[in-house]
Write a protein that binds this ligand. Structure first.
Ligand SMILES: [Zn+2]
Ligand SMILES: [Zn+2]
Length: 94
């Protein structure tokens, strides 16, 4: 195991990260994230959590997917959040 692929340091606890057919050697998670973590297509930040993937790209959150013009993902999220159709039931009983 050689030096860190990002900063070149070979001190500390070296480790490797494999993703798909890509493998990198790092001395810290900061360096690993710098090289391996995907960047949000909208805001450009590194995606460390579960990404929001669509045909258009990959995003860090639903907000970015929405802002980038991904109505399908955004509409799905709003639908699951609203569990009780309050407006529909009150209108029917009247
Ligand atoms: Zn490093
Ligand atoms: Zn983002």
């Amino acid at each position: 195991m050689g030096a860190c692929d990002v900063c070149g340091s070979s001190e500390g606890r070296m480790f490797t990260v494999s993703m798909g057919n890509q493998t990198g050697t790092f001395d810290s998670f900061e360096c690993a994230i710098h090289m391996m973590a995907p960047a949000c297509e909208h805001c450009g930040c590194r995606i460390l959590g579960h990404p929001v993937e669509s045909q258009a790209g990959i995003y860090c959150c639903l907000h970015c997917a929405k802002e980038a013009g991904n109505p399908h993902q955004a509409a799905h999220a709003e639908h699951t959040t609203v569990a009780v159709p309050a407006e529909g039931t009150s209108g029917g009983q009247r």
